[in-house]
Design a binder for this molecule. Structure first.
Ligand code: HEM
Length: 398
């Protein structure tokens, strides 16, 4: 049943919107976009796969920089998200070597699997766990810290700074303090890698060179900080949603136990059905008309990934979670020049997590499935489960 709702009554920045998909569906039943509100300001939400993909791609009309300069620059510094054109291409090329698809098999064997196993070691013997607290929140944080070459004893410090950076909109002072402390920590660390480069990501950043251009220390601090909100806070809710999708579709989980080669399709389907990032905002820099949609300067343009991924024109029966669909969500990692730099690493983490959890936790099942809620972490833009209490056959130590 489609409920009649008015986009203008919804604030996509601050409302809880527990039925986000129902809300987006109801709006799309009346047209490919809707006028609405974002953090108290006028907004247009794009609702079809075609419009969302085009909105991401058109960095000239809706520059990512215009939005990130407003929302993240004060605390994160000038990240590649705040850049456009040649400057963005050069900065991105200098850091992208470490995120190539061809490196993922090595990362999986040397980094992701050992970290996933170590996390599972802590609870495999107990027969129960909250997978959000004990696994999903830890895994990408530890992967990122380990990739950077940060000493393991300091990882909890990074977890604290990453948390404060994420909550910048609600506590800007704590976020600015975290950003400063983070940089102070990195200064001697980066200096040491400049003198003695090793095999970690920071060493790759200090030695990267394209046509004589190298990254400055400041650019390395900025990129390293960016990896926490961009690479960790997106991956952990996406992983939580993936596990929730599988645990609430036990027949599909059974299929994966017998056919682990299909785990990659389960990951792709979860990235379509319920990716962590549900909405990515842009802002119209001037008065403009785009694809027939009139906007005045300062209008927020909401790229609704969650609507695009359930567009029935592209995905038949879109609300059904079906790992046999073998479809790839075309906008879950964005599109165009700012498409996710870490998408292959993200997919490798999600696949590794499912493989290791299924291997190590036979009989894995949700306890109190009705108590799980997929909720906004900071408004509805980024969503994940609040908890995932599970039971399984406890591992007997040798
Ligand atoms: C499932 C996990 C992830 C999802 C769903 C995701 C999604 C996205 C999306 C939608 C964008 C585009 C943002 C925009 O256009 O405004 C983006 C950009 C980005 N992502 Fe990811 N991401 C994930 C994991 C990662 C990881 C693991 C890393 C790095 C290690 C990463 C690094 C980045 C960076 C650096 C950008 C900015 C690229 C640019 O501006 O050129 N992401 N991501």
């Amino acid at each position: 049943m489609t409920v009649l709702i008015d986009g203008a009554d919804i604030d996509f920045g601050t409302d809880e919107l527990p039925d986000l998909h129902g809300t987006l569906r109801a709006l799309r039943s009346r047209g490919p976009y809707a006028r609405t509100t974002y953090r108290g300001m006028p907004a247009v939400v794009l609702l079809t796969n075609e419009l969302v993909a085009a909105g991401f791609k058109d960095d000239e009309t809706f520059p990512a920089a215009a939005m990130y300069n407003l929302t993240t620059l004060p605390v994160m510094g000038k990240t590649m998200q705040c850049m456009a054109g040649q400057e963005h291409r050069t900065n991105r090329a200098l850091v992208s070597g470490a995120f190539r698809r061809s490196l993922m098999a090595t990362y999986t064997a040397e980094l992701l699997e050992p970290i996933a196993h170590r996390l599972v070691d802590d609870f495999a013997g107990s027969g129960t766990a909250d997978l959000t607290a004990e696994f999903t929140r830890q895994f990408p944080l530890q992967v990122t810290s380990a990739m950077l070459g940060l000493p393991m004893a300091d990882w909890p410090k990074f977890a604290g700074w990453a948390h404060d950076l994420f909550f910048y909109p609600t506590d800007p002072e704590a976020a600015l303090r975290a950003s400063k402390a983070f940089t102070e920590y990195l200064k001697p660390f980066v200096a040491e890698k400049r003198s003695n480069p090793a095999d970690d990501l920071v060493s790759k950043l200090v030695t990267a060179e394209i046509d004589g251009v190298r990254l400055t220390d400041e650019e390395i601090y900025v990129f390293t900080r960016l990896l926490f909100p961009a690479g960790v806070d997106t991956t952990y809710p996406s992983l939580g949603n993936l596990l929730w999708a599988l645990l609430t579709h036990p027949e599909q989980l059974d299929h994966l136990r017998a056919n682990p080669q299909d785990i990659r399709w389960a990951v792709q389907e979860a990235m379509r059905w319920e990716p962590g990032p549900a909405i990515v905002p842009r802002i119209a820099p001037t008065d403009l008309t785009w694809r027939g949609i009139e906007m005045s300067a300062g209008t927020w343009v909401l790229l609704a990934i969650a609507a695009a991924n359930r567009d029935p024109q592209v995905y038949p029966d879109p609300n059904r979670f079906d790992i046999g669909r073998h479809a790839v969500a075309s906008v879950s990692f964005g599109n165009g020049p700012h498409v996710c730099l870490g998408q292959f690493l993200a997919l490798a983490q999600l696949e590794t997590a499912v493989r290791v959890l299924l291997d190590r936790l036979p009989g894995l099942r949700l306890v109190e499935p009705e108590s799980v809620r997929i909720a906004g972490l900071l408004g509805p833009e980024l969503r994940g489960p609040s908890q995932l209490r599970v039971a399984f056959d406890p591992e007997v130590s040798a």
